[in-house]
Design a protein around this ligand. Structure first.
Ligand SMILES: C[S@@+](CC[C@H](N)C(=O)[O-])C[C@H]1O[C@@H](n2cnc3c(N)ncnc32)[C@H](O)[C@@H]1O
Length: 353
């Protein structure tokens, strides 16, 4: 596998206007990477080794024009997604590896969805800034979760994207959250159940509930694939509304849920969890915690914050804002642990006050 190129001194010495234009052209780069990923180029190069654009099309039925595909692959190779040689052959790299379906830490689905429906909705950003309103309805004709319900393929792709984005944060939860002795964990809006399953694999006496939109449940079950039947026997998928009554549990998990909603809905969610808590249980949210004002770090979480602004009435929050939410729901944050994942996620753990 070819080495991933690092910025040269010449690139590092670029004038500000050239650096800013590179940032702005990041949107084009994102689209190009997404389009070639949708054509399965990373998978094909992994399976068959370096190929020209023409060979990819002739031998593997890639639906593209040779010259156009070559131009797209060259743009990707310029940032290390593929290698490129003088004969016009493109090969796999460590970056293209994570865009393959077989990678253990694959971001293929997420990359594809960024360049698809999400790209459409992002076109509404200027209107979101002007009106303070998310733009899914304006761009897709309905709110995002309704759009998913009306388009099962989108719902499945979104679920897969969430799952594929979760490898590092799940590893972080396994490392930092001790669930020894816990009887029941409820993953609220748990998608395909990937977090719950990881925990049930680790803790043999633990039982799990995944509360999800009813339409997602059959898709989630399908994606269980060849998961260990013993683990599956300890998980229950419940179709319902997270703003209704919560199933009772010792530990509630909400991964990338709180950032989807406005403060009033978040307080309701956290209060519902509090009401369902058995004994001195815990409410664990896995989401971004933004640095305080004046700290310019945390670009991935700050961009995810814009994604929330554009799509849904949600947002990323600072530690202080998290504390206010927990406090309003009768909970107290006991620890915040930052993880090194794709979006700068943290584990926010709390108990009843
Ligand atoms: C951002 S995704 C997070 C999925 C998963 N927790 C993860 O991090 O991979 C939000 C999830 O909330 C679910 N959801 C949205 N509204 C819901 C509702 N009213 N009741 C239950 N689940 C809901 C969606 O189907 C989606 O799977």
């Amino acid at each position: 596998m070819a080495e991933v190129p690092r910025p040269t001194e010449k690139q590092a010495a670029l004038p500000p206007q050239a650096i800013v234009m590179q940032m702005v052209m990041g949107a084009w780069l994102s689209q190009t990477i997404s389009a070639v990923t949708r054509l399965n180029i990373p998978d094909l190069l992994k399976a068959y080794g370096p190929q020209t654009a023409l060979r990819l099309i002739q031998d593997h039925d890639v639906g593209a024009r040779p010259e156009f595909l070559e131009r797209a692959l060259r743009a990707c190779a310029s940032v290390g997604i593929f290698s490129e040689d003088a004969e016009g052959r493109f090969g796999p790299t460590a970056f293209s590896e994570v865009l393959t379906s077989s990678s253990a830490v694959s971001v293929k689905k997420l990359t594809e969805i960024f360049g698809g429906t999400w790209w459409k909705v992002w076109a509404g950003l200027p209107d979101a800034l002007r009106t303070g309103m998310p733009q899914a309805k304006a761009q897709l004709g309905m709110e995002y979760w309704d759009y998913c319900k009306a388009n099962p393929k989108e719902m499945e792709d979104f679920g897969e994207a969430m799952k594929s984005n979760s490898h590092l944060s799940i590893r972080g939860v396994l490392e930092h959250c001790d669930l020894s002795g816990v009887k029941k964990v409820a993953d609220i809006g748990g998608g395909f159940g990937h977090l719950a399953i990881a925990l049930l694999r680790r803790y043999r006496d633990l039982r799990g509930i995944v509360l999800e939109l009813p339409d997602l449940i059959p898709i989630a079950r399908k994606h269980l694939g060849d998961e260990n039947p013993e683990v599956v026997s300890r998980i229950e998928f419940v179709g319902g509304d997270m703003f209704g009554e919560m199933p009772a549990a010792d530990v509630y998990l909400m991964k990338h849920i709180i950032h989807d909603w406005d403060d009033a809905r978040c307080i309701r969610l956290l209060s519902n969890c509090r009401a369902g808590l058995v004994g001195n249980g815990r409410v664990i949210c896995i989401d971004a915690v933004l640095p305080p004002m004046g700290d310019t770090s945390g670009t991935p979480a700050k961009l995810l914050d814009i994604d929330m602004m554009v799509f849904i009435p949600g947002k990323e929050r600072t530690r202080k804002q998290w504390e206010e939410l927990y406090d309003a729901a009768g909970l107290k944050i006991t620890s915040i642990t930052s993880l090194h994942d794709n979006f700068g996620t943290s584990i926010v753990e709390g108990r009843k006050t």
